[in-house]
Design a protein around this ligand. Structure first.
Ligand code: NAI
Ligand code: MG
Length: 398
């Protein structure tokens, strides 16, 4: 088979380190690929006024599959301050290259699996009967609609007249908000389309079938947010009945789900939600399996096949300049395993996950987060593994 080309986008800060270590692991595991580096992040905003240059978009368009580390973003004023002097007159406005990628390629499906590793000292534990300590095995796959909803960006402060007039046609608005002057009004919309709601639901059900989960839970708030959450749940009911009768369909409210999270996390299988609730519930579950050092994700477009795999964490600038990197590379390595699954390299993915599981179960090599230390430059002297020592340990198991 022809050698694959993967677009590698290290980005900023610790994104650069974790991606480099991950590629080292992929190579040793026998994944035969070439990597073409795509420019993305703060450096390119400062130098070129664009954190997501067109050449990077072209690269992804060409090769379809990308591994992404993390980027730094800063508030509008700070972003302007750091622009190269010759670019300051150009009226450039910073916008997140991650959102840019999602929008440009229509990466509407976001998958964030949260699966606990046996022996991870960061696993959630709870008190059971007779004060016993229980460590529930968490294995959920969260599907988050990635392009619509509250993060769709359709919002106003001091909305224009047509928008205000349209709002006034709604009885609830007239009854409850007409007292507020338009200048003091801010509105963010929560848009769900049938097309993309159908796609995220189908992706969730398909995943349940493919990986043997018995249930799909719609985690929204249909009793209150009747139109959008209500539409998603209704469509899920129809889809389950028609196409997935073998999968159970459950329905939870996001608020209650966050409460149940610690009560019975092992009960859930696939969870599907809109953009904002998907973001919330996936962070909640990630906390049960070790937090940012373990939280991996994929974003993809089922039509074009374009997919970007990345850890959930950011660039952690405070650790970026340590002479020896201390952060946990497992979230990035797990994201790479998701990539391998996506391109049907199941055996290599399995091999890497097994190696990671062995290192964690053995408990000899632990990054500072696993060792429950405060992140500082001296943690390695104090016995925590560095980023590359963790990668070395995984490689040794391979
Ligand atoms: P962050 O995820 O970079 O770091 C938060 C804290 O989590 C760190 O200080 C560290 O204690 C811990 N942490 C993160 N990754 C870790 C790892 N691999 N191993 C061990 N500990 C880890 O989020 P923060 O500090 O809010 O944002 C820093 C920058 O990253 C900002 O500029 C932000 O905009 C950006 N960001 C980028 C994201 C992305 O590229 N996908 C996502 C989140 C934030
Ligand atoms: Mg989040």
């Amino acid at each position: 088979m022809a050698k694959r080309t993967i677009v590698s986008m290290p980005g900023d800060g610790i994104g650069r380190v974790v991606l480099e270590e991950t590629i080292r692991v992929l190579n040793v595991a026998g994944f035969d690929a070439e990597y073409e580096e795509g420019d993305i992040g703060w450096e390119f905003w400062c130098k070129e006024g664009n954190p997501l240059p067109q050449r990077t978009i072209d690269l992804i368009e060409k090769h379809k599959i990308a591994l992404f580390g993390a980027i730094t973003s800063k508030p509008k004023d700070a972003a302007f301050e750091e622009l190269a002097p010759e670019l300051k007159e150009k009226g450039l406005v910073y916008s997140s290259p991650i959102v840019g990628l999602r929008q440009h390629f229509g990466l509407d499906i976001c998958l964030r699996p949260c699966k606990s590793y046996i022996g991870n000292p960061l696993n959630f534990i709870r008190r059971g009967q007779g004060d016993s300590i229980e460590e529930p095995k968490v294995d959920v796959a969260i599907f988050r609609q990635n392009t619509e909803g509250l993060y769709g960006g359709v919002e106003w402060s001091n909305p224009p007249k047509q928008v205000y007039d349209a709002l006034m046609t709604h009885k609830k608005f007239r009854d409850n908000f007409a007292w507020c002057s338009v200048e003091e009004l801010s509105v963010s919309t929560r848009i769900f389309t049938k097309k993309y709601t159908e796609r995220i639901l189908r992706a969730a059900f398909d995943h349940a079938v493919k990986y043997g989960y018995k249930s799909v839970t719609v985690c929204e708030k249909p009793n209150v947010i009747r139109e959008t959450s209500g539409m998603m749940y209704k469509m899920a009911q129809e889809m389950q009945k028609k196409d997935f009768p073998q999968i159970e369909l459950w329905n939870t409210n996001i608020d209650a789900q966050m409460m149940w999270l610690t009560k019975n996390p092992e009960t859930y299988g696939v969870i599907v939600a809109g953009n904002m609730f998907g973001d919330i519930v996936s962070d909640g579950f990630a906390g049960l399996i070790g937090g940012l050092g373990f939280a991996c994700s994929a974003q993809f477009n089922p039509d074009s096949g374009i997919a970007v795999f990345e850890p959930t964490h950011g660039s952690a600038p405070k650790y970026a300049d340590y002479p020896v990197s201390i952060v946990n590379p497992i979230a990035m390595i797990e994201s790479a395993c998701m990539m391998l699954d996506y391109i049907n390299e199941f055996e290599i993915a399995k091999k890497i996950r097994k190696a990671v599981a062995e290192v964690i179960a053995e408990g000899k090599v632990r990054t500072y987060d696993m060792a429950k230390m405060t992140g500082r430059a001296d943690v390695v002297e104090k016995g925590a593994a560095s980023t590359s020592q963790m990668a070395d340990a995984i490689i040794a198991k391979l």
